[in-house]
Design a protein around this ligand. Structure first.
Ligand SMILES: [Zn+2]
Ligand SMILES: [Zn+2]
Length: 399
């Protein structure tokens, strides 16, 4: 598991930064983090992160998707168990090497060419309920997979892989040039074997000796219960295949949990708003509602004299904790609605209650009218918030 940071944050640029700013920020970071230069243990991971951020933000379409959906591939991946991500080729980690090469001028300089497969990244959107229960998803995607016809070896029947005679397996050649300044020596990647140090005498027709071919594949990913947005699941060996049987990269599935209409997640807690009648608030009552897990009912007792915004905690009914059997709390936030449909008979009783209260609590002061108008304002507010489809918890309420 690893958490994914915001791409703008990774590059240290504003959300409205223009392409020049983004590129400058990327180049500056890439120079200091490049694994050939920076030997700190986390340099490579940070370098990858910077590359990934840049590959998205430098592409206007992916950037727009990322801004709108938090996902460079658009709003795919939600609402079904089967997710097609044909678009990911060259996205995420896939485009890394190209950036790498354009920046450092031809791969890792004089080093042998990379033959290991690259890691690939995709984003999977799931609902909060799926994050709570855990879910199994089938993702379809494109990658370079080991060639079927040669078993990934890159060699046709009867052929062999041998050491490159031009560079003697080192993957690089030294060129000597005579110039007016004297002899100049430069090392370049071997043009015969492209730096791998190996050549095949009879390459496979299908993959042209690469040992890998483009392939549309599916992979099953098990999302554990309690996962947080931004965490990722690494599937070993399901990224890009290596050249001629070299190690494959991994597929990194970053999970994005979509906001829920009924519950707001805060860590392992879930916040849920219930509306109750003002009379129920005065007298106390029991409420029951559907929880985050399928078929689950959550019961809470609203205490007598409950105030607007008060929170009631129900242990063990929040989000499951990752890798554990325990769960967070359900935080029930009480919203009080003043009834505006009091029947005549009820009104008589309520007036009687008011009279009783002024007898027991002493005569009401002249501020009666003020209090009335204040309570009318409150009820107007409750009505107006009630009609909003999106419910936000009342913040700052007492615990
Ligand atoms: Zn060579
Ligand atoms: Zn082949």
């Amino acid at each position: 598991m690893e958490s994914q940071r915001d791409y703008y944050e990774v590059l240290g640029v504003a959300r409205d930064a223009d392409q020049r700013t983004i590129k400058r920020a990327f180049l500056k970071l890439a120079r200091t983090l490049h694994p050939d230069v920076n030997k700190e243990p986390d340099a490579e991971a940070r370098f990858k992160e910077v590359n990934e951020a840049y590959s998205v933000l430098s592409d206007e379409r992916k950037r727009a998707n990322y801004d709108q959906y938090g996902n460079p591939n658009g709003p795919a991946g939600f609402g079904s168990d089967f997710v097609d991500m044909s678009d990911i080729f060259g996205g995420g980690f896939g485009g890394m090497s190209d950036i790498f090469e354009s920046f450092f001028g031809g791969g890792r300089g004089a080093q042998a060419a990379r033959t290991r497969g690259r890691d690939m990244g995709i984003t999977l959107r799931i609902s909060l309920a799926e994050a709570a229960s855990g879910v199994s998803k089938t993702i379809a995607y494109d990658r370079l997979a080991p060639c079927d016809d040669c078993d990934g070896k890159g060699v046709a029947e009867g052929g062999h892989e041998t050491t490159c005679s031009r560079c003697h397996g080192t993957g690089r050649v030294v060129e000597v040039q005579r110039t007016i300044f004297g002899q100049m020596q430069s090392q370049t990647v071997c043009p015969t074997c492209h730096g791998s140090g190996r050549v095949v005498d009879n390459p496979c027709d299908t993959c042209q000796g690469e040992g890998r071919t483009p392939s549309h594949e599916t992979v099953r990913v098990e999302v554990p219960a309690g996962i947080f947005s931004g965490q990722s699941i690494r599937i070993n060996g399901r990224g890009e295949a290596g050249v001629r049987g070299d190690t494959s990269g991994d597929l990194v599935v970053t999970v994005q949990v979509v906001e829920d209409e009924r519950f707001e997640r805060q860590g392992d807690d879930l916040i849920h708003i219930v509306e109750i009648d003002a009379i129920d608030a005065m007298l106390g009552c029991d409420v029951e509602f559907e929880g985050i897990l399928e078929g689950e009912l959550v019961a809470a007792r609203i205490p007598k004299g409950c105030q607007y915004g008060e929170q009631i905690f129900v242990d063990g009914r929040g989000m499951p904790r990752l890798g554990s059997n325990s769960r967070g709390r359900m935080v029930v936030v009480v919203r009080i609605v003043v009834p505006d449909d009091i029947a005549d008979e009820e009104e008589l009783l309520l007036r009687r209650v008011r009279d009783l209260r002024s007898e027991t609590h002493g005569a009401r002061s002249e501020s009666t009218n003020d209090q009335q108008s204040a309570s009318q304002q409150r009820s107007a507010k409750a009505r107006s918030t009630k009609s909003r489809p999106r419910k936000r918890p009342f913040r700052g309420g007492k615990k």
